[in-house]
Write a protein that binds this ligand. Structure first.
Ligand code: CA
Length: 224
């Protein structure tokens, strides 16, 4: 398992690198935004740990540029814990977010969860509803035969909704199932993710599959 850490604070980077190496990961380090982006875009990492405050180009810009070509899972790391920063990170396609200061075991747990999600053993599963088809093994979603380009998180969200077709899921349920954590009041990350998903899965098509159940949550089903 190959990880890329993009962090300008040398001590923090060394600490993370050492801790993760001790747990069996191969770690590559980058200390600036441009170096990090180059390494992430050209390398074959299983996960990128990306600091927000970086010299040159900040972590948000690195993530946004990376997402134009790659869906490598990204764990954002930042001293800023404001909700709008978190939402911004998720909007740009981050898969998880950790606020500094944090304890190493928490980082390790999140790294493991993200890597596990990316390497789920292949399941033979036929996930289709209407003209929407999902292939969880190939990590591919098609609507009306057209490939839909989704981030890892959007894909996970769509798979969840399709698996639970016709079942209303609350924001909290979605947050805990897709992000493996409880967001409590911070469930607007779910709204943001749903909005992004709709823009790709529903907006270009006549039949809408994702529906809001006011005051409860969301459901994916055919209503035509
Ligand atoms: Ca930094």
């Amino acid at each position: 398992m190959k990880l890329l850490i993009v962090e300008d604070e040398t001590r923090a980077a060394a600490y993370l690198s050492q801790g993760l190496s001790e747990h069996g990961y191969t770690v590559e380090l980058a200390h600036t935004g441009p170096d990090g982006l180059h390494a992430a875009a050209t390398g074959d990492h299983d996960l990128v740990i990306l600091d927000v405050m970086l010299p040159g180009v900040d972590g948000f810009a690195v993530l946004s540029a990376l997402r134009t070509s790659k869906q490598t899972p990204v764990l954002m790391l930042t001293a800023r814990g404001r909700t709008d920063d978190k939402v911004k990170g998720f909007e740009l396609g981050a898969d998880d977010y950790l606020v500094k200061p944090f304890e190493f075991p928490e980082l390790l747990a999140r790294v493991r969860a993200l890597l596990k999600r990316g390497n789920r053993s292949p399941e033979v599963e036929d996930l289709r509803i209407g003209d929407l088809e999902i292939d969880p093994v190939k990590h591919r979603a098609l609507r009306a035969g057209q490939r839909i380009d989704l981030s890892a998180k959007e894909f996970a969200l769509l798979v969840l909704l399709v698996r639970k077709t016709g079942q209303v899921l609350s924001r909290t349920q979605i947050a805990s199932m897709v992000w493996d954590i409880n967001f409590d009041s911070d469930t607007n990350v779910v709204e943001v993710a749903i909005r992004r998903l709709r823009a790709k899965v529903d907006d270009p098509f006549e039949e809408k599959l994702i529906h809001t159940v006011r005051g409860v949550g969301y459901v994916l089903e055919r209503r035509a």
